[in-house]
Design a protein around this ligand. Structure first.
Ligand code: ADP
Ligand code: MG
Length: 444
């Protein structure tokens, strides 16, 4: 049972999302959604295509849960209808195929997504230097470069940065940047107007092809094959391909052939930035926007928004608007009052070292007493370091106090553990998932 009208529910959610995502993202994914039938039981949304639905569920499930009640069966009071093709003559959203001429999309790169504006840290150094290498000599190093990582961690940013760099430094090269969705739209359009040859010619004439969000190719068998053919044609001519994805190739539900192709070159992960990097990102973005924030304020924000750079940016946007409107400097109090919703769960308040110890002990199959003991055996020392990492990340207390809760360890032991795990998170997918899981358990 909805507590508000469907329209209100949706508008509140959309408004919230506007702050959390980039304008482009909002335009692509949120704005095209309409509220349809007037049900009191659940929110029924009309989406232009299945991608939009999946994108929403995959990326914003948590946020949706904050705005919508659950049904009696425990599921979210939300359902979807795909817009009927009669209303829209194209099966998919947005401009690409609605253009009457079947010109292939010209690629538009976000002007802010350059290497200069990409802040490096342990979680993204490797992928950044791989991307930069590609920018310097496309087609000559790794091919393809496959960039994967969670939402809002800078994959699209890096992809566009390569595009900008190549355009600037290799003026003769033809660069094309496209989302997988646009690619499919393009394909559908050309199939319909029987101009596939033209599309093939266009793609084969490229020097650098940048493809964003390849996960949308999952379950699209026909398109997958077409993509794979084009992919091979380009690679065989040493044309550079860069692909981004929300997961590593092996986890994609795609054909073995396709997965093998994507693993051909270099697979690089972009991870969640550590606290220091997050602070640097906030400061850099603030500078770009021309607002002044102190290191303390940047730190204050970075400590509270930890797993998504896009949300950091959202927070900053809101702050900018507020400080301009009020003509005041930004202090921690102001940050807290303007952005309390963004600091989602304020986990620091509820999570205790005890909870962390229990959760980590279960996860690694060791005893809490062992974690708090002094054994240096790897099967104990590692969980201990993970628990210390979580304590420092999730609990807002002095290191000395935190360390003492681990059976009287010193703050430098805790700091060492935190550094080690932070570093390892940059390269260890499995650990990252474990930590994410632990976090989720602890916060819920
Ligand atoms: P993804 O494609 O991985 O979902 P994006 O590339 O769209 O994420 O990044 C989301 C936002 O975060 C963008 O505005 C981007 O500029 C910013 N961002 C992410 N990582 C960094 C970074 N390391 N330095 C600066 N900005 C970053
Ligand atoms: Mg992206």
């Amino acid at each position: 049972m909805l507590t508000k009208t469907p329209k209100q529910c949706w508008e509140e959610f959309a408004q919230f999302m506007e702050d959390c995502c980039t304008a482009t993202e909002f335009q692509n994914w949120i704005a095209p959604i309409k509220v349809c039938a007037n049900s009191k039981e659940e929110l029924i949304l009309e989406v232009p295509n299945i991608f939009v639905q999946e994108y929403l569920l995959e990326n914003f499930q948590k946020q949706l849960e904050n705005f919508l009640p659950l049904k009696a069966n425990g599921k979210l009071a939300l359902s979807f209808e795909i817009a009927s093709p009669k209303k829209k003559t194209t099966p998919a959203q947005s401009k690409p195929t609605s253009q009457p001429t079947q010109e292939t999309n010209t690629s538009i790169l976000n002007s802010g997504y350059t290497f200069e504006h990409f802040i490096e840290g342990p979680s993204n150094q490797f992928v950044k230097s791989a991307a930069f290498g590609i920018g310097m000599s496309p087609g000559k190093s790794y091919n393809p470069l496959f960039i994967h990582g969670g939402v809002g961690l800078g994959k699209t940013h890096l992809l566009h940065a390569i595009g900008h760099y190549v355009k600037q430094h290799h003026k003769r090269m033809k660069v094309h940047c496209i989302t997988t969705e646009q690619f499919i739209n393009d394909l559908v359009g050309h199939l319909r107007s029987k101009s596939m040859d033209k599309m093939k010619r266009f793609y084969r004439s490229l020097d650098v092809l940048l493809v964003d969000d390849i996960q949308f190719l999952e379950n699209r068998l026909n398109f997958e094959e077409e993509f794979c053919n084009m992919f091979e044609a380009l690679i065989n001519q040493n044309k550079q391909i860069v692909i981004t994805c929300d997961k590593p190739p092996g986890q994609l539900k795609l054909s073995e052939r396709m997965i093998a192709r994507m693993e051909w070159g270099l697979v690089a992960n972009v991870g969640v930035p550590d606290l220091e990097t997050r602070v640097a990102i906030i400061q850099h973005k603030a500078e770009q926007k021309g607002i002044k924030i102190s290191h303390r304020v940047a730190f204050f924000i970075a400590e509270r928004i930890f797993n998504n750079v896009r949300q950091l940016e959202g927070a900053l946007n809101r702050l900018t608007a507020y400080s301009r409107m009020m003509g005041i400097d930004v202090t921690e109090e102001i940050v807290e009052s303007t952005m309390s919703e963004l600091f989602q769960k304020a986990p620091h308040k509820r999570v205790s070292v005890d909870n962390i110890l229990k959760s980590v002990a279960v996860m690694f199959g060791v005893r809490v007493s062992e974690i708090c003991g002094s054994s240096r055996a790897k099967n104990v020392a590692f969980p201990r370091q993970v628990a210390m990492y979580l304590a420092k990340e999730m609990i807002n207390d002095s290191l000395i106090k935190l360390a003492a809760s681990f059976g009287g360890k010193t703050h430098s032991t805790l700091l060492h553990a935190w550094k080690k795990i932070s570093k390892q998170l940059g390269t260890d997918e499995m650990l990252r998932r474990q930590i994410q899981m632990a976090r989720r358990n602890l916060e819920s």
